[in-house]
Ligand binder design. Structure first.
Ligand code: DC
Length: 442
């Protein structure tokens, strides 16, 4: 799946660009501006002033909007009736701009837009797609052009549709809308932090499509890159020695997704976990590791090469979380041990777990891959048999996220870790032979 967000001011050519890219890639094009236009036109038709925020908010309870795709073409049903070109007039544009600044209207349209991208590859254009609607989009482009170029294009578009107007009028209206859209308090039209800026003032429509396809190809290539050279060498060496000194069996490797954002969650027995997962996982692993490791010179370099991100376990390390989310967002695999620390000798089903993995999955829109490392008594002993079991991925849509609340993170964490435990058949520890509190052997 790929989600492409195209944001930018009116007249930059977002919709024709998105349409052409959708056609080339065979994916759905979602024109979100049409939703705001539909609301604006509904208000105009029902004599509700688009400057009366309370009136507009109240009227929304009478609006039922459905977004459908017929032969890959977007159809909006307003209270059951398909909307047509009446949403394309200059009056509709001004009404859309006014209602789109209202929080209640944006809230009303939020899930309609997000739901489409849940199970479909989409290219969506608008003002806040990369920042609010699909912050996890794989490709974000902020398309712009000079006000003159944009006004000229919009003027020609309107004339072609037989709408009577002048270039000056279009320019003035566009400047006013630009100001409204970019200075409003809620979801202003600004580029996302990770958006790629594209100014197409001097590009033809075809040239703009080519430039965007080029960007998408580059992103796809970077996302499908398995690992860097140093990682591959380290992995081969560790793999060689592990197979001599460790009796390990890997099962369920066919469940590992070949690409896409993954948060891998495993139980944590000891330091070997990272390497056992690393040598069996066919893509580069990134993981959070306590920052103390990074103060030891050689260890620090190896850890970084192995994809470790330093984590301060003393408090809530926002920087580390941001890094982790960024990694997962880029289509990579982030490995997390929800138990937070090594728990040798303790039945994983009886440990407490932290919600960081769920939080990262939520923000990166990643699927979760449960993994269970199983040894007799949940402990590593020399030449003892170890099993690394990969479960089926839990899809992002199965994690029950809606608003990203703490309660949702807790529920998702329980679901994830339950899967981890189930893989190893862990409910109660059958033959514990040590101190389950400390993990000490007898
Ligand atoms: O892209 P457009 O001209 O059809 O958009 C109509 C209005 O809707 C525009 O003034 C900005 C607003 N809009 C928005 O606020 N957020 C979106 N995602 C899309 C459009």
């Amino acid at each position: 799946m790929i989600r492409i967000a195209i944001d930018g001011p009116g007249g930059a050519g977002k919709s024709s660009l998105a349409k052409a890219v959708a056609k080339r890639l065979g994916i759905i094009y979602v024109d979100t501006g049409a939703l705001y236009r539909t609301i604006g036109v509904y208000m105009l038709k029902n004599n509700i002033s688009t400057s009366d925020e309370e009136g507009v908010s109240r009227a929304l309870s009478n609006v039922n909007l459905e977004l459908k795709f017929v032969d890959e073409k977007q159809v909006i049903l307003l209270n059951g009736e398909p909307v047509g070109d009446e949403i394309r007039t200059p009056e509709a544009s001004m009404a859309a701009s006014a209602v789109s600044a209202m929080g209640k209207v944006r809230e009303f349209l939020l899930m309609t837009q997000r739901n489409i991208a849940k199970n479909n590859s989409v290219i969506m254009d608008g003002r806040d797609i990369g920042t609010v609607i699909l912050p996890y989009a794989e490709v974000k482009i902020f398309l712009t052009a000079s006000p003159e170029a944009r006004a000229k294009r919009r003027f020609e578009e309107l004339v072609a549709k037989g709408i009577e107007t002048t270039y000056e009028k279009v320019y003035e209206e566009m400047a006013e809308r630009d100001k409204n859209d970019s200075t409003r308090a809620i979801a202003p039209c600004v580029p996302a932090e990770d958006a790629i800026m594209l100014d197409n003032s001097n590009l033809t429509a075809e040239g703009t499509v080519d430039a965007v396809i080029d960007i998408i190809e580059k992103v796809k290539k970077a996302r499908s890159k398995k690992w860097n050279g140093f990682y591959a060498i380290c992995r081969a060496i560790i793999s060689f020695f592990s197979r001599i000194f460790i009796r390990v069996r890997f099962t369920g490797k066919e469940n590992i997704p070949k690409e896409g954002s993954i948060v891998l969650c495993s139980n944590h027995i000891g330091i070997k976990d990272v390497f056992l997962i690393g040598i069996s996982y066919p893509r580069q692993l990134f993981f959070l590791s306590k920052k103390e490791w990074f103060s030891i010179p050689v260890v620090s370099s190896v850890m970084r090469a192995w994809g470790a991100v330093p984590l301060d376990r003393a408090g809530r390390d926002v920087g580390a979380l941001k890094n982790a989310i960024k990694i997962a967002k880029e289509g990579k695999t982030l490995a997390i041990f929800p138990q937070g620390h090594r728990c040798p000798g303790i039945n994983p089903a009886e440990t407490s777990v932290k919600s960081g993995a769920a939080l990262i999955a939520y923000h990166s829109h990643a699927d979760v891959l449960p993994v269970c490392i199983k040894t007799k008594d949940v402990k590593y002993k020399f030449m003892r048999k170890i099993e690394v079991i990969y479960g089926k991925p839990i899809k992002y849509s199965e994690l029950g996220f809606e608003k990203g609340t703490i309660g949702e993170f807790k529920d998702a964490t329980a679901k994830i870790f339950n899967e981890v435990c189930k893989l190893g058949g862990y409910t109660a520890l059958p033959e514990a032979d040590g101190n389950p509190e400390t993990g000490e052997a007898k």
